[in-house]
Ligand binder design. Structure first.
Ligand code: SF4
Length: 177
């Protein structure tokens, strides 16, 4: 899978997408707890409550990764995003991904499914480039959106064809397992 275009965007954006952590599936939570419990030395930087109950603007509840304070340096950082980041983010890198790389495993093995497919957006079971669907986190002046405020929002379908194909396949595999 060619991730060069996405990786180039990520290098320059201080991992803004990780500012609030991520909501997890049951499968994600089990997988993360297992890898953390079995590798306490590697994950010694995370707090005990690395997964918590989340509530987004009284519109959505669920289990999610916890967050920690972070000072974003880029002036373009959206004002309605908090100065926080996911507890698994270190120096703008996802340590669940870094762990898998260090162990020589498939790099997205422990990463939550939403993070693996980001910035693709899903509607009616299909994946799209972010700008092709409405930003469903736009709830007005107080919070005017999420993905549409990220630099990778401008990636087009043509840039993301391989990612869309990969995510469709991975999504089908997840349903089967
Ligand atoms: S799990 Fe990794 S990619 Fe997902 S929000 Fe946390 S640090 Fe970012």
């Amino acid at each position: 899978m060619d991730k060069n275009k996405i990786v180039n965007f990520c290098k320059n954006c201080e991992a803004w997408c990780c500012y609030d952590g991520v909501y997890l599936t049951e499968e994600d939570e089990k997988k993360i707890k297992t890898v953390v419990e079995n590798n306490k030395d590697f994950f010694s930087f995370i707090p005990n409550n690395y997964i918590v109950d989340g509530n987004w603007e009284n519109l959505f509840n669920g289990r999610k990764t916890n967050v920690k304070p972070k000072n974003y340096k880029n002036n373009g950082y959206p004002k309605h995003f908090n100065q926080t980041t996911c507890v698994f983010s270190v120096n703008n890198k996802c340590m669940l991904q870094e762990f898998a790389i260090e162990k020589g495993e498939e790099e997205w093995k422990y990463k939550p499914f939403t993070c693996c497919t980001f910035p693709l957006q899903k509607r009616d079971g299909k994946f799209f480039a972010p700008s092709e669907v409405e930003d469903n986190c736009n709830i007005g002046e107080k919070y005017p959106g999420y993905v549409s405020f990220l630099p990778c929002y401008n990636l087009k379908k043509v840039d993301l064809n391989k990612e869309i194909e990969f995510s469709d396949k991975k999504s089908k595999c997840n349903k089967r397992s």
